[in-house]
Design a binder for this molecule. Structure first.
Ligand SMILES: [Zn+2]
Ligand SMILES: [Zn+2]
Length: 180
């Protein structure tokens, strides 16, 4: 049975095809296209782009240096319903610690109160978050995960640019204002 190349969901019917891959819908196709484009980006270009951002200002606090991709994990439970997941942050270490600390507090307060998943997932999220806080990316050079994310974002921007170029300008009135 066919599965989506991006989200791995089973495609019962329809879906979209691109370069021999199948996707469940347009959002997944776009993510898939971005991933293909990102994979084709030359390594030197990817590293250079990541290094520029790595040395640049933090998107949250504007402090310069050590910008990387950080993960923050959380669990929230409401008796029979448990929500859990991860945030990906591009920021400096200080901002990442604030977010990770916040999610750690939140999970330790409201993670447990779900049966059974809250009880099972909360210790996992707390451990993963503790690990992420204690062992950040090395701070000397952009981590491979950050480079990957930068390449993906550049690819997304490139696809947006191509799509915008295909639209006739009269359909984009906001462009007219920029020229003045
Ligand atoms: Zn999908
Ligand atoms: Zn910051």
């Amino acid at each position: 049975m066919a599965t989506c190349a991006n989200c791995k969901k089973i495609i019962l019917m329809g879906g979209v095809r691109q370069e021999g891959l199948r996707f469940c819908g347009k959002p997944c196709l776009q993510r898939g296209q971005a991933a293909l484009l990102a994979a084709r980006m030359p390594e030197a270009e990817r590293v250079r782009a990541a290094q520029t951002l790595f040395r640049g200002p933090c998107p949250t606090c504007n402090k310069r240096g050590g910008i990387d991709l950080y993960k923050s994990h959380y669990v929230m439970s409401f008796v029979l319903f448990t929500r859990h997941g991860s945030h990906s942050l591009i920021s400096c270490r200080t901002c990442a610690l604030k977010k990770q600390g916040g999610d750690f507090m939140l999970s330790s307060l409201v993670g447990w109160w779900g049966i059974p998943f809250g009880l099972l997932l909360t210790p996992v999220a707390l451990l993963r978050n503790g690990y992420a806080m204690l062992f950040p990316p090395n701070g000397v050079e952009p981590s491979p995960a950050f480079q990957q994310e930068v390449a993906l974002r550049l690819a997304c921007a490139e696809i947006d640019r191509q799509q915008a170029a295909q639209n006739p300008p009269q359909q984009r009135p906001e462009k007219a204002n920029w020229k003045e």
